[in-house]
Design a protein around this ligand. Structure first.
Ligand code: F0G
Length: 348
């Protein structure tokens, strides 16, 4: 059935009868049982694979709303700062809406697939000699001073669209999970899930995960020079940080950090044991359970069912996958050599 996210949840979204719906059939992503992860953490763990959205990340949920509302207001162009996924999504929805798109990304710190996407969708891609936090300051200035719509998650419609992830979980599980594990960068997604859960009168524990080199919410202050291999969440000054901290607190959950090494271990585990290939940043949610266990910071009961939000598709970042894996085995057409390559010991 063809059902854009805005149609599926129209009655819960601020969309007016005459508004255009700019959709590429986002949302309705699969919830996947994760037996190997479950065994390792001692609870039933399910993976909400947001990497199967049209541009390969959860950003499409918010972007269908933000671009539809921008079009309703007659905007001709959209802009965002991005570590890559928001850029790809904004570029795609702008293309779909017949609008111009401009995206500002941190030079040298964006996965190659995200760059390729943004370019082929036809956006103007600006590579900034600065980080995401610098880019966000600049796009806010541009949106304040020029006729161009800002579609970062500071735009309230992004949060509205993204809250539907919580609705899908409640519907699919006939109630909320006991806990939601989620990577945190600019803190829009966790804010959106919490809005969705509370609108439907539920309050699962929220377990946020930040990369150790970019963990402002864990250390309690901004990080001037964020660093992590998980480039999607390489953010030191999250725009919705305060809201996210309130959400963690209200839920009785927690926000913790995980090292790049721990992120990469969870990333390879998900691919090799569950057959699910997500981005390194997405794997931070699972790494958080592996490293810190499943107990909440409050006196809430230990969760029995935990959903990990896998925010983006692993195909976006082939470089990290190749670097994290054993290499290919080169071989001639000689049959015995091929036999040795297939069945013999791996060359050192
Ligand atoms: N996971 C992925 C794959 C992301 O791309 C992002 C954010 C997050 C997690 C964190 O979500 O920012 O709502 O807390 N990416 C943004 C971008 C910053 O520009 O694509 P958040």
């Amino acid at each position: 059935m063809i059902r854009p996210l805005i149609e599926r949840y129209r009655e819960y979204l601020p969309i007016e009868p005459g508004d255009p719906v700019v959709s590429i059939n986002e949302g309705s992503t699969p919830l996947i049982e994760a037996p190997a992860v479950s065994e390792r953490v001692g609870a039933r763990v399910l993976l909400k694979f947001e990497g199967l959205n049209p541009t390969g990340s959860f950003k499409d949920r918010g972007m269908t709303m933000a671009v539809s509302k921008a079009k309703a207001r007659g905007a001709q162009a959209v802009i965002c700062a991005s570590t890559g996924n928001t850029a790809a999504s904004a570029a795609a929805y702008a293309a779909r809406a017949g609008m111009r798109g401009a995206v500002i990304v941190p030079q040298g710190n964006i996965a190659v697939g995200k760059l390729a996407q943004s370019l082929i969708y036809g956006a103007r891609v600006i590579s900034l000699d600065g980080n995401f936090d610098d880019a966000l300051v600049i796009v806010r200035h541009l949106a304040d001073n020029f006729p161009i719509e800002l579609v970062n998650s500071v735009n309230p419609y992004r949060i509205e669209g993204q809250k539907t992830g919580a609705f899908e979980l409640i519907e699919e599980l006939d109630g909320p999970p006991d806990a939601l594990a989620i990577p945190v960068g600019n803190a829009g997604n966790v804010t959106a899930y919490w809005k969705g859960f509370t609108e439907w009168d539920t309050s699962p524990l929220l377990y946020g995960a930040q990369a150790a080199g970019a963990a402002p919410l864990v250390i309690g202050e901004p990080v001037e020079r964020p660093e992590t291999i998980a480039s999607a969440i390489r953010i030191g000054k999250p725009a919705r940080g305060d809201e996210a901290l309130t959400a963690f607190d209200e839920s009785g959950g927690r926000v913790r950090s995980v090292t790049d090494e721990e992120i990469l271990e969870a990333y390879a585990f998900l691919a090799s044991r569950e057959g699910v290939f997500c981005e390194p940043s997405s794997a931070a949610s699972v790494a958080g359970l592996f490293v810190h266990g499943i107990e909440p910071d409050s006196d809430a009961p230990t969760p029995e069912t935990i959903v990990c939000v896998l925010t983006g598709n692993g195909l976006k970042d082939p470089d990290t996958a190749l670097a994290a894996s054993e290499g290919v085995i080169e071989c001639s057409t000689d049959l015995s050599e091929v036999e040795e390559a297939v069945f013999g010991d791996r060359p050192a």
